[in-house]
Design a binder for this molecule. Structure first.
Ligand code: PMP
Length: 463
């Protein structure tokens, strides 16, 4: 293709996108006013756009392409599955690919989780978990347990059930009249502790606050739902050590189930295969998606303990069926990708290499942590949030409308990396496949980008 042909194709696609597509989580009026970056191809940890430019994929597409792109083993596995069957249902039939995927998944997930319910997105996996938790108690005769407790700042997907347990005002407030009531406890946001504590004098009062919510709803709570270790979408809010463990104990005392949403944290992201491992916690239900197929195909799973599963055993027709299913539950192509992706964790010894990469990224981010417009760098494994602030001493945030994070990401793009912000937080979620040198390059771009963006913003705000 000549340069002129490439540009012509780019312009045609740009026009067509603006005429036909409605982008998720996107203010469309802004979108229509700007030239889009159109991804045309990818290679390893780089994305290639329709103009032929290459970018480091700093957020693993949407936190999912853990091995990067065009990975031979994944490509081959999907092609091999295409030669067998692309799709068959799990309603009334079994399939080789889904059996193999469940077997392989259970080799990696915490011991004690024994059952796999496949679905197609993180949000659907959460819906499944909520309905399972509720029905579990109903079937055991504990019919008063119909309520959920969740955390402010939590994010669990965009279907109505997952929105109900979500706690990000900006995303969830408008839908409130449509939602079932959920009791939201304060979030463990240590940099801006909602309980006014400082790290040095903190005794996990945020756990006491969750206990308080349970005490007020005694015998009524079906489950506590949370993202373990890091609340991702609210800006990579990292939890203090011991927090999750204490909540596990609380659920046990109160007779409620613990649902851990590992959609973002799963598959090596926080330095261990699953975040719950770091607290030695076994959830009753655990949701996974994103990295399960290496980001290749839509697949999610809700994992359950035998105890939960057994509540659903009983002779027909006593309403013990779990009335939930999607057309693409356990899609064989996606399952084949999942098996291949999990095999890569073994053959490439990914978890063994992670500590080195995590340390390299943290060294590369040290300069960012010192930047006068950075309030805090939060890192768990290869999951990073850089919170931009107008005033480091007072922690005064940039006004939301100033779009500090967004502006830093534009600068990053010009420097050759694709990033996506969460409000004033610059997010790095690199593929686990990034080398230490590439992680260093990414952190360097992030630092230059945030320096340029905040510099320009400060000048504008001062004018
Ligand atoms: N739970 C968590 C913790 C997530 O981060 C996300 C997606 N970012 C979801 C659920 C929803 O997953 P999906 O977008 O696949 O529906």
């Amino acid at each position: 293709m000549t340069d002129a042909e490439r540009l012509e194709r780019h312009r045609r696609l740009w026009t067509s996108d603006h005429q036909h597509l409605w982008h998720p989580f996107t203010q469309m009026q802004d979108w229509l006013a700007e030239e889009p970056l159109i991804v045309d191809a990818a290679e390893g940890v780089h994305l290639v756009d329709t103009k032929g430019r290459r970018y480091l994929d700093g957020v693993s597409s949407l936190w999912c392409n853990v091995h990067g792109h065009r990975v031979k083993e994944l490509d081959d596995a999907v092609r091999a599955q295409l030669d067998r069957v692309a799709h068959s249902t799990l309603l009334g039939l079994a399939s080789t690919a889904s059996i193999e995927a469940a077997e392989e998944l259970l080799r990696w997930t915490p011991k004690g989780l024994t059952r796999v319910f496949f679905s197609d997105a993180g949000a659907t996996a959460v819906e499944v978990a909520l309905k399972m938790a509720y029905q579990h108690h109903q079937l055991r005769g504990d019919t008063g347990r119909s309520e959920f407790v969740a955390l402010r700042g939590g994010y669990h997907g965009d279907t109505l059930g997952s929105v109900a347990v979500g706690g990000i005002d900006l995303f969830h407030r408008i839908f409130k009249p449509l939602l079932f009531p959920v009791h939201h406890a304060p979030q463990p946001y240590c940099y801006r502790c909602p309980l006014g504590k400082e790290r040095a004098s903190c005794h996990l009062e945020c756990v006491d606050a969750v206990e308080q919510v349970f005490a007020e709803r005694r015998g009524k709570v079906a489950a506590l739902v949370l993202e373990p270790l890091v609340q991702g979408a609210d800006g990579m809010i990292t939890q203090p050590p011991g927090y999750l463990k204490r909540l596990r104990e609380l659920c046990d005392r109160e007779g409620a189930l613990l649902v851990c949403d590992e959609v973002a944290t799963g598959f090596g992201r926080t330095g261990t295969m699953f975040a719950v491992e770091q607290e030695g916690v076994l959830p009753d239900l655990m949701t996974v998606a994103k990295g399960i197929t290496g980001g290749y195909l839509p697949l999610a799973a809700t994992l359950a303990t035998e105890r939960v599963f057994e509540s659903f055993l009983g002779p027909y027709p006593d309403q013990k069926t779990f009335f939930h299913g999607h057309t693409y539950c356990g899609n064989p192509l996606a399952c084949a990708a999942a098996v291949a992706s999990l095999n890569l964790f073994r053959s490439r010894r990914i978890l063994e290499a992670l500590p080195g990469q995590v340390a390299a990224l943290s060294r590369a981010l040290a300069a960012a942590a010192e930047h006068p417009r950075v309030g805090e760098v939060r890192q768990r494994g290869l999951m990073v949030g850089i919170e931009l602030v107008r005033d480091r001493r007072t922690k005064e945030p940039y006004p939301y409308a100033a779009r500090a994070g967004d502006r830093a990401c534009r600068e990053a793009r010009a420097l050759g990396a694709v990033l996506r912000p969460l409000g004033n937080v610059l997010v790095l979620m690199p593929p686990l496949a990034m080398t230490e040198a590439q992680l260093g390059e990414l952190a360097g771009i992030a630092l230059t980008a945030l320096d340029r963006a905040t510099g320009a913003l400060d000048r504008e705000l001062a004018a």
